[in-house]
Design a binder for this molecule. Sequence first.
Ligand code: ADP
Ligand code: MG
Length: 697
Amino acid sequence: MNKLQETSIQYLKGVGPKRAKAFAQVGINTIEDLFYYFPRRYEDRTNLSLISGLKEGAIQTFKARVLASDQRDSWRRRSFSITEVSVEDKTGEISCVWFNQPYLKNYFKPGVDLILYGKIEHYGTRLQIHNPEFEIIEDGEGESLDVGRLVPVYSLPQGISQRHFRRLLKDGLDTHLPSVNDCLPYDIRARHNLLNLAKSLLNIHFPESLQMQKQAYERLSFEEFFLFQLPLVLRKLKKKEKPGIAHKIGGELVKEFISSLTFKLTQAQERALGEIEADMAKPQAMQRLLQGDVGSGKTVVATAACMAAIQSGYQAAFMVPTEILARQHYEKINSQLKASGGELNSIRVELVTGSTNRKHREKIYHEIKEGKIDLIIGTHALLEQGLKFKDLSLVIIDEQHKFGVSQRSLLPGKGANPDLLIMTATPIPRTLAITLYGDLDISVIDQLPPGRLPVKTIYFKQEEAKRGYEIAKQELAAKNQVYIIYPVIEESYVLDIAGAKKMYAQLKSGEFKDYRVALIHGRLKQEEQDKIMLCFKNKELDLLVSTTVLEVGIDIASATCMIIEHAQRFGLSGLHQLRGRVGRGSQESFCILLADIETEEAKQRIEAMVRYSDGFKIAEVDLKIRGPGEFFGIRQHGLTELKIANPLTQMQLLKGAREEAIKLLNLDSRLEARQNILLKERLLQRFPAYEKSMLVG
Ligand code: ADP
Ligand code: MG
């Protein structure tokens, strides 16, 4: 297949420089790109509807001939044109209407045959179809790509029609398929009953039957999963090859730490800690992901792991995405250690963030290098070059999705292959986790500490804000604390929503004038933010008006009510994270969503929040609403590069592909065996920069 990857699309008949440009815009540069440009959907044109059989409200495909066409300006707006075309078949007539596409008129000469696709509507007593997709059909000779079969429909490059695109693609396939080599080794194909590549490509575009389309889809999805798993699995194997640090497990520090806590670990926490300790004891470096909903208690588990590292005479580093969170962890861990007395007292913990002043920072750097500091907690600041460890053996990265992939490996780089634990509070279904984090082992804390009530989540319309404020006042009257969250700092005329600043002024002198109210947002100086948070924590404040700076990790048990205004402006995961800031103690807590619901998606998000409190469930809904690509937002995960495979619906296939990847790399980690040569080429071509060194190194 590599030849086709090198062959520019321009070598295809009918593709000149101009068209090549349009193709490039949708990511088609080579002939192989074209073959891997899969249809958006298929239309079954083996049995087209007849006009007499069209039903209002249905989305249907039918064939018809143009009777007459007409173009006029809208009577409402002169600049707005309407193209109306009546078409017929032997059973009836229907009118097709296009808005504001005056150039269409030229296509619809009487007698021209069309295939039309769209939603059938009613207009007066007659059927109509608005802005249908259409194709002009000519009854050519030989095989038709456009009628009488399952027909592929593509997201087209600019300036080319469905028909033309199909023709180009089919000619390309006919010419080049005979020389296509299959990169999947034969025995893997045989074990999983997979079609060969040439047949799959042909049938994904021009299926002989629905059955063959399915098989082609399976094969191509398997290939994609397999290619994605190979580098991940390989990385995992490589990391295990390099010698790491074998910690002594079962020491006093961990026991002391756990027994000094004011609570008992949940079973899920114990299990996760057990898995982590088992990894730490091994002479290979741990590569583990710890998943758990907000409030499930990941921090204590991570801290216990730090104790294990320190017990063995090493240093641990704990990196978090924000300043506030870093400070909170620092204070909490410090107070836990101090409270216990005994050996824990002598552990030295320090904090480094962007706002640590230079002098102090240099002192800390020095002490870290000397090995005088056992546990260092901080933000990105920990990644700075000047910071060097004496003996780093454990790295913890909290809320890892807030860091880039490259940042993820920087901190471990400061030790001799230290153990790595990364944590996420956006738990995702296991198959997705495997797709994204196939190079990691996974632990899950799937249980909340006992006695915690689910946060009662209530939705009111934005205009009913008062009802939300009433609930907040009840909580305040009970000596509890309240957050009110806004999506923006300044009000915005474009978005037409109130900002935190203005609302703070209003609420403080109006609705909540009897209470101590403060404002916090990301544009305040760090010390300022910290001061306010501290006041709130010490109950010197009753109500905090805030933006999403509160999003991560803030842990204040007496905050029992959160109002999120303009909740439709937040993503589902964001809302869930915010909600996790309340319900941290044993009292019943409230999350009030004030929203103007204008879109179906916003409605789904709010409904999910009201209905579910479990982060796994929330993630599942979010994934359904947005699709995996959007869900992760950033390209970093490569998930958006999955063109055809879907980890959410093809679990078995993914598992199979992963097992095969492990089996293969265990036998031939450099892919040097003859039967793996093509696979290696394909892999390097797919992941050129990032995996080349792995394969040869
Ligand atoms: P997250 O998983 O969101 O990082 P945290 O580690 O911040 O959760 O824990 C949330 C709160 O629950 C903290 O105040 C923590 O001390 C407390 N906590 C953790 N584990 C338990 C437990 N087993 N029982 C009771 N409270 C716990
Ligand atoms: Mg946390």
